[in-house]
Design a protein around this ligand. Sequence first.
Ligand SMILES: Nc1ncnc2c1ncn2[C@@H]1O[C@H](COP(=O)(O)OP(=O)(O)OP(=O)(O)O)[C@@H](O)[C@H]1O
Ligand SMILES: [Mg+2]
Length: 480
Amino acid sequence: VLPPEIRFAAATVLHRLFLCFSTYCYYDITETDGVSTNELYHSVQLYLSRSASVAATRLSLSRGLNSSAFTFGLSSHDRLVDTFRGATATWEHVVTQRQAQTFSWRPLPEEKRSFTLRIKKKDKPLFVPAYLDHIMDTATELRRRSQERLLYTNSRGSSGGIESRGFPWESVPFKHPSTFETLAMDPERKELIMADLRDFTEGKAFYEKTGRAWKRGYLLYGPPGTGKSSMIAAMANFLGYDVYDLELTEVSTNSELRKLLMKTTSKSIIVIEDIDCSINLTNRGPKKPPIDSPSPSPEDSNAASPKTITLSGLLNFTDGLWSCCGSERIFVFTTNHVEKLDSALLRSGRMDMHILMGYCSFPALKILMKNYLGIDDGDLDEKSDLVTGLEAAIDEAEITPADVSEILIKNRRRDKRAASAELLETLKARWEKRRKEGGKKSSGDGMEVEEEEEEKRALDSPKESGQAMEGRNGKDEGAL
Ligand SMILES: Nc1ncnc2c1ncn2[C@@H]1O[C@H](COP(=O)(O)OP(=O)(O)OP(=O)(O)O)[C@@H](O)[C@H]1O
Ligand SMILES: [Mg+2]
C-alpha cells in the first residue's frame, strides 16, 4: 500500500497526463475573484441567459426593478452548448457549497459559483480573447436593452456655472413612447433611415477599416409639428441609446462645449434642437472659417470673443479630434429653416443624412389613422369616395402630422367612419382656404417638390447631400 503522499503525487501526475492528452481545455470563471466581483462572470451569466430559455431544463428566473425583461439563469451543473464562428463551446454552471459552513444569513455567499468553459484545444486561438470579447459586448448590449435609458440635459435653472457639481449633465429616465412604428412618414423613407441606423450600429469593423470616427450625423429639417423630435425619440428607442439634449444657449464658450462632449457616453444620441435659433449663424461675417481649413485653436476663438460659442466651436464639436472620444455617437441637429444654416455645417461628413420632415402625406396619414382610430390597411376600401377624397385632399391641404393628430384625437371616440369623414371635411376646408389665398403659393408647391426630390437623392447617396443643398442655395428659381 502506497503512502498517501505518493498516492496524491501519482494522482496529480495522472491528472496532468490526462489533461495533456485530452483534446479539451477548461476555463473556470468564478463569481468572485479574490475580494472583488468578477465582471466576466456576470457577463457570461447574462450572455447565456439569452439562449438558456430554450436549451436548458432547469432555470433560475429573475427580473430587475424597473426592467421590462425577465432574465434566465442556469441552475447548478446544467450545461449549455454555444457555437462561435463554427466552433463549439460547452458551458457548465458549477455551484459548490463552501466547506465548514454552518447555516447563516450573513451576506457572504455560502456557495461558490462559477462557470466552466470547455473548448477544444485547437480552437483556443479562436476563443481567447475573441469569444470573451464577444460575450462582454453582448452582455453590455443586453444590459442596455433591459435597463432604463436616460435623457440628459445641460440646462440649468440658475446659471450657477456648468461645472459646479462636477458633472455637467443632469439626467432623467427617458420614456418617450415614439417609435418608428408610430412615426407617420412614408414607409420607404422610414425603412431607409432604419437601415442606415442599423448599418451604423453594426459598422464597427467598417469604421475601423476606413479610419473614420464611429459617428454619424443627421439633420432633420421641416416645418414645426412634422415629427422631428418624435423622430429623435424613435431613433433612441430603436437603438436603445441614451439621449443628450444639448441646450446650446446654456453653453458660453467653445471649451465648455468640448467638456460637455467629453462627458457623454458611447452609444448615445447627441441632439441640438433648433440649431438656427441656438447659435447665431448669420452674424458671424468675416469670422466665419473657410470650409476646409481646420478650425482655429480655442485660444484664437476665445481671444476674439471670450464669451460666445462660435460656429467653428460647433464644427469642432461634431467633427474635430474630440468628437471621437468615445464611439458610436449619433449627432442629430434639427431646424425649421435649413436655408439659414451655414454650408460648412451641411457639408457631407458632418451631417451624413439630411432628412426632410414634411407635411403629412397619404401613407403617413394611414399610419396616423391606424394609431389614433385603429383603422388598419384592410379596413380601407381604396376605391371608396372617402379614401380617394382623403388621398387627394391630404397633399393639397399641406397639413402637418401634428395638426392631423389633433383632429384625430378630437374624434377618436366616434366610430371610424364618422371620424374619417370629419377629417376629410377639415382637410377640404384647408385646401379651399389655401386655394383662396391665391396663386402666390403655387411657386411654393414647386419648391416642395424639388425639396422632396432632393431629399430622395440625399437619402440615396448621403455623400451628395451636402452639395445638393449648397447647389440649391445658389440656384435661382428659374429652374423650377
Ligand atoms: N411624423 C409624425 N408621426 C407621428 N406623430 C407626429 C408626427 N409629427 C408630429 N407628430 C405629433 O405631433 C406632436 C409634435 O411633434 P414633434 O414635437 O415631433 O414636432 P417637431 O417637428 O419636433 O416640431 P418643432 O419643429 O416645433 O420642434 C408630437 O407629439 C406627435 O404626437
Ligand atoms: Mg421639436
